[in-house]
Design a protein around this ligand. Structure first.
Ligand SMILES: Cc1ncc(COP(=O)(O)O)c(C=O)c1O
Length: 484
């Protein structure tokens, strides 16, 4: 049995349990136990260790044994010793914990895949779609908004939350969405939620709307699974460079209750829904008593073309406008909004329940201040410039190094689609994995019942990598592309 020691709170202000092996010298056992505690992360970087005397007393060791052990670990770089601040765990003593980034590694086909230990352990280059640059989160401005919001909040804010969302945020959003996205609304028609996925859950899982639902032939599998789980059948509409072929809606018949579209920037193929089709889908909804669900997931990020207002502006009674801060700020903030036809507000609130259970009041008030103070606009403008530069670098590099690869869907958003020669998508995704690049091919976004031709392509997110790593990521991508 090893000796164990609990460092009492009176001596050092913190508890530490160490286990010393009985084999070998006491000094070696102490060194091994401390090294192990640092390596495993139990002793975090910066933690102050107990003075020699108290540790020696607790463990029944000579004071010199402890002093020797500390000196050895200082020499090895596990600990640091400074006059006046005692002995501490070195800042970089612990090996970095593996980041729990949910990188989707492309499926490996048996017989073609990499054997264990042969491929890169973890993608070194992040070109995943859908992820904004996390290093650019506007910490200072967000903190300033949080401070102001908290200081101004009445006590009632800390009572049970209103499921519709704080009026401050709904008011700020009504103004912002009208100004920036051409949405027609007032605060009473907005319901705050935790993001687009939550909006889908409320609408379909909460029984507000039913299926079947027309969707685009390419979209996010996660959203399709969510609809499947709610028992909603989805019927895919074909796509081309001008977005969904909304004229197909008429052929789907009266049973289709609604159409879910990404009009500003088709996800993931990238085209904006052309004006005739925007009008056509609204006319269809009016004629059939149906609804259009507008997923405005990256509407703020447009580069070379005239701003495209929301389809909701054409008919606020037949279009639900759904948005979130997932692309503009961070997908981890979990705040979104539903701009609803008036008749749907109560059913959505009924689906949410009596009290707000998803969107925290402090985040809501902070976002309200962030928008009203102009910080949101400033942040979006700054990120728009940054992402446009990234996109331009991608396009220029590909034009120089892979001119046979067409880059499409680049007028807006945070990702581009690289068109690949027929039959090369799988091998290119695999080659990218070998180059340490995390990205997806187009096929993973395809609706299982889609009948339109299946182009080969890569969906390249140019926002996720931090600035310093972006050039290397594009370079690695170029090495993975099929030759001319
Ligand atoms: C097509 C699409 N819609 C909506 C969203 C936003 O989802 P949420 O607000 O749930 O984070 C994303 C985010 O990646 C997306 O890709």
């Amino acid at each position: 049995m090893p000796d164990s020691w609990v460092n009492s709170a009176e001596r050092t202000g913190s508890d530490l349990h160490l286990e010393l092996s009985r084999t070998g010298s006491r000094r070696a056992a102490l060194i091994a136990a401390l090294r192990d505690a640092v390596r495993s992360g139990r002793l975090a970087p910066g933690t102050r260790l107990p003075p020699y005397r108290s540790l020696a007393a607790d463990l029944g060791l000579a004071r010199n044994t402890v002093a020797d052990a500390y000196a050895e670990l200082v020499a090895e770089g596990w600990l640091t010793a400074r006059q006046g601040s005692g002995t501490r765990v070195a800042e970089r003593a612990a090996p970095p914990r593996p980041a729990r980034v949910p990188v989707r590694v492309p499926v490996r086909t048996p017989g073609q895949g990499q054997g264990p230990g042969q491929g890169p352990a973890r993608p070194a280059h992040d070109l995943r779609q859908g992820v904004p640059d996390a290093s650019s989160f506007p910490r200072t401005a967000w903190l300033a908004s949080a401070r102001r919001a908290l200081a101004a909040a009445p006590h009632s804010v800390f009572g049970p939350g209103d499921p519709q969302g704080r009026i401050e945020l709904r008011t700020a959003l009504a103004d912002y969405l009208a100004r920036a996205r051409g949405v027609h609304t007032d605060p009473e028609r907005i319901v705050i939620c935790s993001g687009f996925a939550h909006a889908l859950r409320l609408l379909f899982g909460g029984g507000v709307l039913g299926g079947p639902l027309a969707v685009e032939s390419y979209g996010l599998g996660f959203h399709r699974s969510l609809l499947d789980a709610a028992g909603v059948r989805t019927l895919p509409l074909a796509l081309d460079d001008h977005g969904a072929r909304t004229e197909e809606l008429a052929g789907l018949g009266r049973r289709v209750q609604a159409a879910l579209l990404t009009p500003a920037h088709q996800f993931p193929t990238g085209g904006p829904l052309r004006p005739e089709r925007r009008a056509a889908v609204v006319n269809w909804a009016r004629a059939h008593g149906a609804l259009v669900l507008e997923d405005d997931y990256d509407g703020e990020f447009r580069y070379d073309r005239e701003p495209l207002g929301a389809v909701q502006g054409l008919d606020p009674d037949h279009v639900l406008h759904l948005g979130s801060v997932s692309k503009s700020l961070s997908p981890a903030v979990r705040l979104g909004w539903m701009v609803l036809p008036e008749r749907l507000v109560d059913p959505v609130l009924a689906a949410k329940g009596e009290r707000e259970a998803w969107a925290g009041v402090l985040d809501q008030l902070t976002l309200a201040d962030f928008i009203e103070s102009g910080s949101y606009d400033r942040h979006v403008r700054r990120m728009r410039r940054r992402y446009r530069d990234r996109r331009d670098r991608l396009v220029t590099t590909l034009a120089a190094r892979a001119p046979h690869i067409e880059v499409t869907g680049i007028a807006a958003g945070l990702h581009a689609v690289l068109r690949l020669p027929p039959g090369t998508e799988r091998s290119t995704v695999k080659a990218a994995t070998w180059q340490g690049v995390a990205l997806d091919g187009l096929a993973v976004f395809r609706h299982p019942d889609a009948t339109m031709p299946a182009p080969d392509g890569l969906v390249v997110g140019y926002a996720a990598a931090p600035d310093h790593a972006y050039g290397a990521a594009v370079d690695a991508l170029c090495r993975a592309l099929p030759p001319r």
